[in-house]
Design a protein. Structure first.
Length: 114
């Protein structure tokens, strides 16, 4: 904490220039890519444990997790980027649906071969 304060207070007086910093060049895009991978894993778990309405459950889970909880806990400042929220809310039900169809296809293929 102290180092951060000292760095921020002295950076304008620094004569050297930095070519790059610790922030990635495309932070939002890489966050969305990692989020889609995470949504695939969560979609698998939703499909595994919710047998009745997994896509509806995915919609509710993503909406509550990305909008309701940050609003309740931190207020409006707790919300992430609108594009990130929209992409994550859209990809979790899609991932759940696609994984469910893949599971149905695999089980149909294994029944045919046995």
């Amino acid at each position: 904490m102290v180092y951060l304060f000292l760095f921020l207070s002295q950076r304008d007086q620094c004569t050297c220039s930095y070519d790059h910093d610790a922030q990635p060049d495309y932070g939002l895009i890489s966050s969305i890519a990692y989020g889609i991978g995470f949504n695939v894993l969560v979609g698998h778990l939703i499909g595994k444990y919710d047998k009745h309405w997994p896509v509806i459950a995915a919609c509710v889970i993503s909406t509550v997790g990305l909008i309701a909880v940050p609003l309740i806990m931190l207020g409006k400042d707790g919300l992430m980027s609108g594009f990130f929220i929209a992409s994550m809310i859209a990809t979790l039900p899609v991932a759940t649906f696609v994984i469910d169809k893949i599971k149905q296809r695999i089980s149909a293929n294994t029944e045919q071969t046995q």
